[in-house]
Design a protein around this ligand. Structure first.
Ligand code: SDX
Length: 430
């Protein structure tokens, strides 16, 4: 696999030694040093947060953080956002190639006819408080799905894995809309097979039994593009969580529920909701400088939500497309949202500030998505749920890829800094 070596001089079991470690080169990206041999030498690597760690090989997505590039199976996100659609990208992530016209039709037909969920899930939904956060509801319902579908849970079977992928991609919007309607106290809306994926979600969210929701093609396309922009992002925290859970052979629905849980955090998928909260708090352009100062103050936990990224040290290419989509939606709806003005002013000021420039902090995908979703009428607590719908094909494609090849259970080690061995002290002597 390689003739390149990295050499490490280290003390191995009391002896100075030079270790030769294989170096691998991918299609793109940094070379990687295979450190698996270190264990035999009694050494470990140390990389909290996995900043410098490649956890796996993957053919699905590549991010060039310096150039601000995102490729799905080689295709740039800008071209996919412009010329493709969410279900076609979902197919691409799952199968590694764009579908033919027939393959695309068959995939859309299959997804469309798996959008219904088991009536028992509606019963499980009733166990939640009405004001439960929809991410808690979604996580619970997807985890509950692991008690269904015993016809396709042989994770060693590729057809079973593909059927599970189809079911999850198809049912996420239905479950998400159920969570929203439940919070409103309205009846859930049945999915419609005559609508597009994005249009169907808007229908299930905003139609009622008393009145249909007229799906605007522009808004349905914007919804589809928002899902597409979130479809996959290599080994981010939630995808790595899905891989980790999958590596134990766990039920795929439980693995995706684990991914939903990891996505919820404000440092990850919860950032879109946090951006709106931040813009609310800033309230007016005159207060932007104060918040920029807070974001730079090490003693202040406040961070500019929607800014910065572990990998991107340039613009997140998705953020540019999202801003364009935001403008299109606001124009279509004739909305002049003052929060958009604050966001654009915040971006302009931050990008001129040396603190952000030195740290390569740019807007990420979450910076404009919240304003767009708000304009579509989607409530703030549903923003990360929308992110989860979009990321489902990415999560399940990484799970499928891992299980399609030889894999081992993920089990990181640690640097132990606790007490040395000591004897138990009986209570009477403490
Ligand atoms: C997503 O991984 C993915 O691919 C994720 C994602 C995906 O599609 O799956 O792209 C989706 O999660 C996007 C990120 C959404 N999160 C946010 O917008 C929350 C705000 N951003 C930060 O919390 C932060 O930038 C992270 C979490 C995104 C990245 O954190 P890192 O890589 O651990 O970077 P860091 O915290 O070490 O920051 C480096 C420096 C620090 O300053 P110094 O210690 O060097 O002085 O930059 C500063 C940080 O304090 N910094 C910020 C900042 N982000 C980083 N300072 C102010 N505001 C910020 N937003």
């Amino acid at each position: 696999m390689t003739d390149k070596l990295a050499r490490l001089n280290a003390n191995v079991k009391g002896q100075e030694a030079e270790l030769e470690l294989p170096v691998y080169k991918g299609t793109y990206g940094p070379d990687v040093i295979d450190v698996r041999a270190l264990t035999k030498s009694g050494l470990l690597t140390y990389d909290p947060g996995f900043v410098s760690t490649a956890s796996c090989q993957s053919r699905i997505t590549f991010i060039d953080g310096d150039k601000g590039q995102l490729l799905h199976c080689g295709y740039p996100i800008e071209q996919l956002a412009e010329q493709s659609d969410f279900l076609e990208v979902s197919y691409l992530l799952l199968h590694g190639e764009l579908p033919s016209a027939r393959e695309k039709d068959n995939f859309i037909h299959a997804v469309t006819r798996h959008t219904l969920v088991h009536e028992q899930l509606a019963e499980i939904l009733k166990g939640f408080y009405r004001d439960a956060h929809p991410m808690a509801v979604l996580c619970g319902l997807v985890s509950a799905m692991s008690s269904f579908y015993h016809d396709s849970l042989d994770i060693s079977s590729a057809p079973h894995r593909e059927k599970t992928a189809l079911r999850l991609i198809a049912k996420m919007p239905t479950l998400a809309a159920m969570a929203y309607k439940y919070a409103l106290g309205q009846p859930a809306m049945t999915p419609r097979n005559d609508l597009s994926y994005g249009g169907n979600f808007l229908h299930m969210m905003f139609a009622t039994p008393c009145e249909p929701y007229k799906v605007s093609p522009t808004l349905a396309k914007a919804m589809d593009k928002i899902f597409l922009l979130h479809a996959d992002h290599e080994q981010n925290a939630s995808t790595s969580t899905v891989r980790m859970a999958g590596s134990s052979g766990a039920n795929p629905f439980s693995c995706i529920a684990a991914g939903i849980a990891a996505l919820w955090g404000p440092a990850h998928g919860g950032a879109n909701e946090a951006v709106l909260k931040m813009l609310d708090e800033i309230g007016d352009e005159s207060r932007i400088d104060h918040y920029i100062a807070r974001a730079k103050d090490k003693k202040d936990p406040f961070r500019l939500m929607g800014f910065g990224h572990r990998v991107y040290k340039n613009f997140d290419p998705r953020a540019r497309v999202m801003m364009q989509t935001c403008n299109e939606v606001l124009a279509e709806l004739g909305i002049d949202d003052p929060q958009l003005k604050i966001a654009k002013k915040l971006e302009e000021i931050a990008l001129r500030d040396s603190y952000f420039i030195e740290r390569n902090l740019y807007p990420n995908v979450d910076f404009y998505s919240g304003i767009t979703l708000k304009a579509l009428g989607i409530p703030r607590e549903m923003f990360t749920v929308v992110f989860a719908i979009g990321r489902t094909p990415g999560w399940i494609s990484h799970w499928h890829e891992m299980l399609s090849e030889d894999y081992r259970i993920s089990r990181p080690r640690q640097l132990y800094t606790g007490p040395a061995r000591r004897d138990f002290v009986p209570l009477t002597e403490r």
